[in-house]
Design a protein around this ligand. Sequence first.
Ligand code: THG
Length: 918
Amino acid sequence: MPDITIEQLVPRRILILDGAMGTMIQQYDLREEDFRGDRFADIPGQLKGNNDLLCLTRPDVVSEIHRKYLEAGADIIETNTFSSTRVSMADYHVEHLCREINLAAARLARALADEYTLRTPDKPRFVAGSVGPTNKTCSMSPDVNNPACRALTFDELAAAYREQMEALLEGGVDALLIETIFDTLNAKAALYAAEDAMQSVGRRVPLMLSVTIADASGRTLSGQTLEAFLASVQHAPLFSVGLNCSFGAAQLKPFLKTLADNAPYYISAYPNAGLPNSLGQYDQTPEQMAAEVKEYIDEGLVNIIGGCCGTTDAYIARYAALVDGAAPHRPVQKPEHLWLSGLERLEVKPEINFVNVGERCNVAGSRKFLRLIKEKNYEEALSIARRQVEDGALVLDINMDDGLLDTQTEMTTFLNLVASDPDVSRVPIMIDSSKWEVITAGLKCLQGKSIVNSISLKEGEDVFLAHAREVRRLGAAVVVMAFDEKGQADTYERKIEVCERAYRLLVEQAGLNPNDIIFDPNVLAIATGMEEHNNYAVDFIRATGWIRKHLPGAHVSGGVSNLSFSFRGNNYIREAMHAVFLYHAIREGMDIGIVNPATSVLYSDIPADVLERIEDVVLNRRPDAGERLIELADRLKAGQQEGGTDTAQGHHDAWRDGTVEDRLKYALRKGIGDYLEEDLAEAVRKYVHAVAIIEGPLMDGMNEVGELFGAGKMFLPQVVKTARTMKKAVSILQPLIEAEKVEGSRSAGKVLLATVKGDVHDIGKNIVSVVMACNNYEIIDLGVMTPADVIVRRAVEEKVDIVGLSGLITPSLDEMVHVARELQKAGLRIPLLIGGATTSALHTALKIVPVYDGPVIHLKDASQNAPAAARLLNPETRDAYVKEVYDNYRALCERRKKNEVPLVSLQDAQANKLNLFD
Ligand code: THG
């Protein structure tokens, strides 16, 4: 190993990371036998494509690739272990080999790096252990019908990562590079596992993170902005963060700049060789890429630079001249404020003054929320959350503590649902429970940086510190209640004594960032008639001032509605009390509060006589203050409006005024299901045929979504939400469509639909499925990640008339060619429909048509499928239609030959560049 560490070297010069492993492996044209070797002859299924397995079966190839990169000048080479976790290897039935692959991969790379370090001691070489995102996500549902469903839990993923990382560390890597991050919860599981792995192996290495941006919105696939991502991983002792894959260097630059401006770490970047063309290839030349990368260097954005999809040693060889003598990026200062995040970041800066945490998603604090959860009416429960965000809540408190509920399950279900609604999950979450298991279960559902509510010294220092350390490892801020072994702190002296003690323990022993500590000095009910309660608000306010002055960085919060429990039933007085309390507490530095965000009472609007009586109570200015307020409350009560604030009552949305088409389109675009019943009923009267509504305004809405997504104005979780709304609309119309069908009408044909292996996207396919079903086709939907053999088998078994393949990501193009070959081998000649964001007529014509003798039809959008199928299945139109399409293909190929068709099309530029399998 080199004498000098990466940490010592990186401030001195820009380091070169190697290029893609996948692109290099492709050049060897390896066959199934190469991947399999003798040893794995009996493993079922295909092993070709399992690049990591080559560490065992063709180590010579892997070594040679490392050598080429070292020759090209790489300071850091990555192990060939991107997919070497149990989670990903299960696809190939070789999950039992993970440890062995990682060990072998690390040793291979180590040996070569050491060889080159010996040769050029002034240029030491390092090994980064490559840790990919796996092929599953912890924060999104694989099932459109059940947004709370998860294919993988945090604990399962962390265990898989730990196994991989232990082997990498034992094999001698110099750093762990958690890369191609598309879901921050997956990355948090990796960071959690890295800590365990480094502990158990007894060796610490720098941790490097690299995010991939999913689309033009500049967010991750799971919907976070880069700023939100940084807040989520802020707890880990990171060495570097960066971007990889996503786009070419030029398109990545603005996002890299955001990262460099916000991340207090070294910055890495390893873009693709440009954007993929319509054949899914990356065809920028090394010169072109180097010119773009040079801008990163000239602008001081990077410390580590390499290449992703499409790059080879020829690209990396260009870098040495670029970095020679160039100034490395200087990391920005660590943030001085509390950072929280949902899909977006919330910076609790002094200018913000006050963060209101919505209190209504609390089974103990809202009768309505409790009822909805008991009835398992999650959709409406979620709308309480949405309403609070609309009312301006910057954070949402969620509490499921009720004796009759399975608290932990309810918390997990609800948080998973929250994650599925981007209008809600935009904001950070405060997990409110008195049960520790519920809090940790909750944290493992959230990709953002959340707040734990709460921990305290109630059970002594050991438990307190253990909880605090776990909060830190899971990356959350924490509310600390002013409670200790003696009980609740109810006087000024007790409050500050407990908070000071807790602060010292948290900062000095548990290693918490002081900005992540939020004290709650207990808001207790006043004007209860008990004299000893009269000074509670004053004690809270004074303690707030003391904490802000003496415990630097720490925040102060409280459950404001507790204050007015004795005025239940008189909302006006309650809200006025809260306004007065907050006015005084905020002046002393209270900067967070759990409140009803819908409150409309402002301190300045309270009439003078009412204000005086309320301030008498809150500030404990006279012994009879409580009685005088009760008397006033009784007087006011008669005229006051009563009722909860959980409903949308009285709330008017302007979009409801549009035409029925506009309303349907708006509802789809925003993913609002609440008015579908009434709007569709109106549309049915107007359109007569239910199918016409789907093919008209609903499809228009979906197309608009597609355009917004392409332009980066929507991000994936929003699109998923609209797809659910579409589904709901269709299910409302379904009975009508059934009824409209001619009695005993025959099926128009049997269609098998599948998203191909390696691809998890199914929104487009689901729409095709709906539209075709509406046109009387019988649909067999095999879902996502469907292997070729399954498609062939089912097509034969079910005797289908048509097979439709869908794919969104670039590698799906190759997979579709593979499926077509398998269909051909099986003797099938039925029509094959091709669709999805990265597919194109050109790719279909050049790559799929030649391997399949049945008709292969590329379709641009979901609406084209039913008419195409009709023409294909009618013997009278079929031949003419296929000829028309193939004539088009031929013309396209001719023009391509003459270079009249550019390979990089706008569609490609918009399409999802996520390549999970490089
Ligand atoms: N500190 C911390 N967390 C907390 C509290 C705190 N979490 C819970 C609670 N206290 C804050 N949340 C609420 C929520 C609702 C009400 C009070 C506090 C409330 N609800 C109405 C009532 O009970 O009258 C219910 C009305 C209805 O059913 O709609 O007042 O102090 N860290």
